[in-house]
Design a protein around this ligand. Structure first.
Ligand code: 6MZ
Length: 345
């Protein structure tokens, strides 16, 4: 079987996906229509359609990628829009064979952070129920590094109030702003509330912050890891913190020169715990199947090892142990089916 088809049929876990970065074009057009029905004209930030979905093969600076989020956010300022996004995004991942999905989103004032989170959770649960067990969904709340410590503390409190569906807290946003060390009180509160920490890490060169995230904060998962010089890689290798790998995002956002240069090559060789992820499948015109197939091709990974990579990601999920057991059962029952169809077709 062709590797693309194999990766499409492979049961998959998605651990690093931003809700508003995962909107595909169909949903984007729905949001534009919805906005126009209420306001006639599109908002200025969202009116230039050429800035959306960066095509495979194109690149933009990280700053330009953040312009895309600004445009999307201008269209998602109503509860109706948020519900559409959350439902469509779950549908998109389910269509791609994702069986466990941890989405993350930054609470917005729509009309308050708590109500935004409630709207997202309601829509995610409705979408999950529609798929009758075919996909399990959990939520992580993001702290935007450009925001205040007060806002971060509020986000942690809302996360704690919405456990167990909310499993943890993320730290993301434009990496050129502020520092994870500025948010110590939010991390302390998250630990006290027994929330997991998934932290954006070394997306740009920031050695001191990176060492703090690994050695002091001891994050439960880290995302990206593009700049691991000056002792950061040694610290990571020692800590063995699972790393969310987003190849297309890193290449298309110009944090990594190209796929052949990606740090996943080295980490794979070292058998480091990694979770292949999409980051923003709408913005970077990708799918999780595509990310797996790309990794298989670029690193020349045989199909059984791709299977192992997918199976191993179950170890890194934040949901309860019962969910892990349930997923392992699904993977084990599908393994034989996929191996048989790989032989025949
Ligand atoms: C850092 C990122 C990101 O929260 O509105 N986000 N933060 N690095 C990245 N790499 C490209 N991709 C997305 O989803 C969009 C938000 O996720 C974060 C940014 O804060 C962006 O505004 P939500 O659902």
């Amino acid at each position: 079987m062709d590797i693309r088809e194999f990766c499409r049929r492979l049961p998959k876990v998605e651990l690093h996906a931003h809700l508003n970065g995962s909107i595909d074009n169909d949903t984007l057009y729905k949001l534009m229509d919805l906005y126009k029905a209420k306001h006639e004209e599109l908002p200025l930030e969202a009116s230039d359609k050429s800035i959306y979905a960066i095509k495979q093969g194109e690149t933009r600076t990280l700053a330009q990628c953040f312009d895309v989020f600004r445009a999307i956010h201008a269209l998602t300022g109503s509860e109706e829009a948020i519900s559409i996004v959350a439902k469509d995004v779950v549908q998109g991942f389910a269509n791609d064979g994702v069986r466990y999905l941890e989405l993350r989103t930054t609470p917005k004032d729509t009309p308050t952070s708590a109500e935004y989170v409630r709207t997202v959770i309601d829509a995610l649960k409705t979408a999950q129920d529609k798929h009758q067990g075919a996909i399990v969904v959990r939520l992580i709340l993001s702290i935007d590094r450009r925001g205040s410590v007060e806002k971060a503390l509020e986000t942690v409190r809302i996360a704690a109030q919405n456990k167990p569906f909310v499993v943890g807290v993320d730290f993301s946003g434009d990496p050129t702003h502020k520092d994870a060390r500025d948010f110590q009180s939010a991390w302390d509160l998250a630990r006290q509330k027994d929330l997991k920490l998934a932290i954006h890490f070394a997306e740009i060169k920031n050695t001191e912050e990176s060492l703090y995230i690994v050695n002091e904060l001891k994050a439960d998962r880290i995302g990206h890891g593009c700049f691991m010089q000056d002792g950061v890689e040694d610290a990571v290798l020692k800590a063995q913190i699972p790393l969310e790998i987003c190849m297309s995002s890193n290449v298309m956002g110009q944090s990594v020169k190209d796929y052949d240069d990606h740090h996943f090559h080295d980490l794979y060789e070292k058998d480091y715990p990694c979770a292949i992820s999409t980051d923003d499948m709408g913005v970077f015109s990708t799918t999780l199947s595509h990310e797996y197939a790309m990794a298989a091709r670029k690193l020349d990974i045989p199909q059984p090892r791709i299977w192992d990579l997918s199976y191993r990601t179950i170890d890194f999920i934040f949901a309860e142990v019962e969910v892990k057991d349930q997923l392992r059962e699904i993977w084990n029952s599908e393994k034989v089916l996929l191996a048989n169809s790989a032989k025949t077709g």
